[in-house]
Design a protein around this ligand. Structure first.
Ligand code: KIV
Length: 272
């Protein structure tokens, strides 16, 4: 069932914060193109993330590192053209914000100007704090991202659960507080123990949206192509698949091929 136009209020950074205060869970999914963004927006999703996972899902790269700022803007513009209700957040890609707050600000302004999105997201804690603060000076809302941060894959070496040890867990809690104090409107926690994620969600007043971070947080995010079962070689424990589109699409294409080969398609009604 889609959401009737008269029934919806646009989702804003303020409304997701109100959702946390009211105990309403926040739903978030990725999208990278017009067609799927239109479907998930009309279904009533609260937040759409134009994730740098587009690097894997759309472009077939092994990591999120190669995607460029212009490529992110291309995906984000396509999504923004489709969306009427959801809050659209765009990932700052690798190399567009780390180590230089002026570059971070310029990248964020370019995303907001050229795509029409509503906010940016970046990975990291204290290391990126000056960038977060500088982006905020331009009035651009920032979402943080801690835990498994795929842009640092070559530092960590694996995609396994993060912050299982005391020291890393303490750093994560401290980073979450610093991001909140700096003015982030929300925080993504990826692949960390559920207990720790629940502790963070209690310790800070901004919404915490989890992926592989258990149920004691303020909302959930999944990669759309994973939850639709379009990617079929990825089976993390946290992923719930709602469809098996890989098999469905494969079957549909096989039927089409066989209909073309047998000259069953097109039939008389399917021609002029
Ligand atoms: O890029 C992405 O899809 C993300 C989500 C996994 C949170 O950052």
């Amino acid at each position: 069932m889609s959401v009737a136009k008269s029934d919806f209020k646009k989702v804003t950074t303020n409304s997701v914060q109100e959702m946390k205060q009211n105990g309403e869970k926040i739903s978030m999914l990725t999208a990278y193109d017009y067609t799927l963004a239109k479907i998930i927006d009309s279904a009533g999703i609260d937040v759409i993330l134009v994730g740098d996972s587009a690097s894997n899902v759309m472009a077939g790269h092994e990591t999120t590192l190669p995607i460029t700022l212009d490529e992110m803007i291309y995906h984000a513009s396509s999504v923004v053209r489709a969306v009427e209700r959801a809050l659209v957040v765009v990932d700052l890609p690798f190399g567009s914000y780390q180590g230089n707050s002026k570059t971070a600000l310029n990248s964020s302004i370019k995303i907001m100007k050229e795509s029409g999105a509503h906010a940016v997201k970046l990975e990291g804690g204290v290391e990126v704090l000056t960038s977060v603060k500088r982006i905020l000076t331009a009035g651009i809302p920032v979402m943080g991202h801690l835990g498994l941060t795929p842009q640092s894959i070559y530092k960590f070496g694996t995609y396994t659960v993060r912050a299982k040890e005391e020291e890393e867990a303490e750093k994560l809690i401290a980073d979450a507080k610093r991001l909140e104090e700096a003015g982030c409107f929300a925080l993504v926690l990826e692949k960390i123990p559920a207990k720790l994620a629940g502790q963070v969600a209690k310790a800070i007043s901004i919404p915490v949206i989890g992926i592989g971070a258990g149920g004691d947080v303020d909302g959930q995010v999944l990669v759309l192509h994973d939850m639709l079962g379009m990617t079929h070689e990825f089976h993390p424990r946290f992923l719930r698949r709602y469809l098996n589109l890989y098999e469905d699409i494969n079957g549909a294409v096989q039927s089409y091929i066989s209909d073309v080969k047998s000259a069953d398609f097109p039939n008389e009604k399917e021609q002029y």
